[in-house]
Design a protein around this ligand. Structure first.
Ligand code: ZN
Length: 244
């Protein structure tokens, strides 16, 4: 679902401080009158992402006057059990590699199912029935909990289980990473692209060393490769459009 015909005036955005969830937050801010954000501390190997999300939440209302009055409280939920019961390269200090089942060991089983279930419980109390997340099944690592079918089936369970008309909005679901950069520019122009380059974090290894033109990161982990390639493709397509 991409929000067409959505009847809710407010939304709760699953916001991690990464590139995708930051674009999602901008997308929601441009559509809904009232936005709140929720983040999860699940024992990530690196807390740099959580520091980035605080910085972005501070900068957004300062740098984007059009969204200032829409951005409401942020909520952090601790789920320490997730890293204890899962063996993932995102929560343990192990090398990133492919598993026998074809999934990378960065997969945290059940993560997005839990996140949306917690978000629904919070949305129920805060009266937000649109839940927005940056999951994407185009350029992704094959995580089965990022699929549209998974999330819309979960939505049905959440609606039945709470007797509430929740929607799950995933505006990036069918976009490539290059299209996500383009969407960021469409929503917030160069200032938003600059904010994403400077302050969002995607690198699996938690590196913030030298700034590249696409942002900070090791440059070689799957998340950095995807981000860098998407950025170059987007810049390339803009150059093509200019010369055409
Ligand atoms: Zn990296």
């Amino acid at each position: 679902m991409t929000g067409e015909g959505c009847q809710h005036s407010s939304a709760l955005v699953l916001f991690s401080g990464g590139q995708d969830s930051t674009v999602c937050l901008a997308w929601a801010l441009s559509r809904y009158e009232r936005i709140e954000t929720v983040g999860f501390n699940y024992g990530q190997r690196h807390d740099i992402e959580l520091k980035c999300r605080e910085m972005i939440l501070q900068k957004l209302p300062v740098n984007f006057a059009q969204w200032r009055d829409r951005l409401g409280p942020d909520h952090m939920i601790n789920i320490p059990a997730l890293s204890k019961i899962s063996e993932s390269a995102l929560t343990r200090d192990v090398e990133i590699k492919m598993l026998k089942n074809g999934l990378p060991n960065t997969f945290v089983p059940g993560r997005n199912l839990l996140f949306f279930t917690y978000a629904a419980a919070l949305g129920y109390r805060r009266d937000h029935h649109s839940l927005v997340g940056g999951m994407c099944e185009t350029d992704y690592s094959g995580y089965p909990d990022c699929r549209d079918e998974t999330l819309q089936t979960l939505r049905k369970a959440l609606c039945l289980g709470t007797e509430t008309d929740f929607s799950i909005e995933t505006p990036l679901m069918h976009l490539t990473k290059a299209q996500t950069w383009a969407l960021a520019e469409e929503l917030g122009g160069t200032p938003l692209v600059d904010l994403i380059v400077q302050d969002t974090h995607s690198c699996y290894l938690g590196e913030r060393g030298e700034r590249q033109n696409w942002g900070y990161g090791c440059g070689t982990c799957p998340a950095c490769e995807l981000r860098a390639r998407g950025f170059e493709d987007w810049r390339g397509s803009m150059a093509d459009a200019t010369t055409a």
